[in-house]
Design a protein around this ligand. Sequence first.
Ligand code: SF4
Ligand code: SF4
Length: 86
Amino acid sequence: MVTIAAIIYEPGNSIKNKTGSWRTFRPILDNEKCVKCENCYIFCPEGAIQEDENGNFKINYDYCKGCLICMNECPVNAITKVREEK
Ligand code: SF4
Ligand code: SF4
């Protein structure tokens, strides 16, 4: 059943609604090259890039849709792409 205006009323639903299943390209982040500028973290439209307890950035592939904005915004080419394997 579709709700009015397709609104999802259940709180916290974004955690369940994973967005990464239809990706064509998978970004790969190399922490050896990363200078921790946070560009990828700031520009990712899905909030799929997270900082771990060691200050390293990692990509949550459950929510990454493969738009590659992160790759294009990285000043040191620490993010590359591979074709997604299905
Ligand atoms: S490819 Fe797009 S969605 Fe995935 S981590 Fe990069 S900016 Fe975010
Ligand atoms: S944009 Fe590149 S250098 Fe900056 S935090 Fe992300 S991976 Fe690291």
